[in-house]
Design a protein around this ligand. Sequence first.
Ligand code: EPU
Length: 430
Amino acid sequence: MEKIIIHGQRPLRGEVEINGSKNAAVAILPAALLANDVVILENVPDIADIKNLIQIMREMQVKVDRIDNHTLRIDSRHMINDCANSESVRKMRASYYLLGVLLGRFKNARVAFPGGCDFGVRPIDLHVKGFEALGAEVNAKAIIEMKARELVGTNIFLDIASVGATINIMLAAVLAKGTTVIENAAKEPHVVDTASFLNSMGADVKGAGTDVIRIRGVQKLHGSQYAIISDQIEAGTYMIAGAVTGGDVTITNVIPRHMDSVSAKLREIGITVIEKDETIRVIGSDHMKPTKVKTLPYPGFPTDMQPQMMVLLSMIPGTSMVNESIWDNRFRYVEQLKRLGANIDVEGHIAIIEGVDQLQGGEVQATDLRAGAAMVLAGLAAEGSTTITNIHYIDRGYEGMVRKLTKLGACIERVNDEGPQLTVVEDKIS
Ligand code: EPU
């Protein structure tokens, strides 16, 4: 079993480059299949979720070639519309985008149920309602089967501004007849990036980034070459790494506007955040103030940054509060953080944090992807050594985390039961 071992309390210094956005890439790779052509995608992150998605696509007779570590050539001219028996589909949540894509392109789909991190109930009822509104018959039992004689554009109001439902409906609607209007659409950067990519293939999607998206169906899409945006959550994670270690970290290849809610919270706490065109510099502080954080859809504070922010709050003298408003059960990792000395009480959606002077190293598990990142941040800040197990979760969404942190001056290594491995080799997934 592989683990990460960290000897904490070293201030991180230097530059760290952010890779392509996981949550944009997991939508854009499937979206490429709508073209029945060849698509070149650049800035694709080299992470386990993408590796898994490539596996699913290959099982569906899509030809996927790596031009280099971050560039893929996707040829879907001979693909099939069935991934009902794929184990790989069950390994990740975002495989649900295959539903919208197969329905849009073939008007007929068979897809296994998606899996993913466990934050309580993760329904797809809004996706299904959207597909039904477009004219699909949906049968979701052991697998999800959908068919439609034709898809016809319509108005769809989302009860919740769901990222997945917004993107999935967009994917199904780009090749539908007439115009689809999604109201109360999600506004996350990856929604906008997916719309931009669809437009680069000849789709007609307007309004992405606002809460009304209009999709005028077109007859056909064509191949394209497109670079995926950089990862908002990876950037935020390294911003907090700078803050929890009292360091001075410059994050490069970032879109500062996407980080506004995180930057504002860090400034409120007393951290210095300096934004330039494509970089953000974070300088730690000895005088941090407690605060309140509520997770909200974009442009609010992202739920995917909640565990990382919790680590910082747990080190700030005084009482802070976190209100998780997106997921039912995203505080499971708190038990792990308490093992390192954090003083946190969770009641339903609210966590009350009494800051402690010092986190102490110990043995913890990654309970999901962002929780895993939070354990790494806690280990960087803690006194002594911290061992993190279940690190396959971290690999799902962070490219080269050990390598990047080592370059910033962290004392961190990845080991398996046979002992340390070479950082550069072990930390790359391709
Ligand atoms: N919801 C429903 N019905 C639905 C869909 C969603 O009730 O049909 C509810 C969910 O239960 C949740 C809320 O709506 O309470 C928001 O869920 P959303 O659909 O926006 O989440 P998602 O699309 O499944 C994406 C990200 C998550 C991120 C959320 C919220 C991807 C692949 N995943 O999930 O990212 O937490 O949006 O921003 O884009 C992560 O990267 O670690 C991660 C979990």
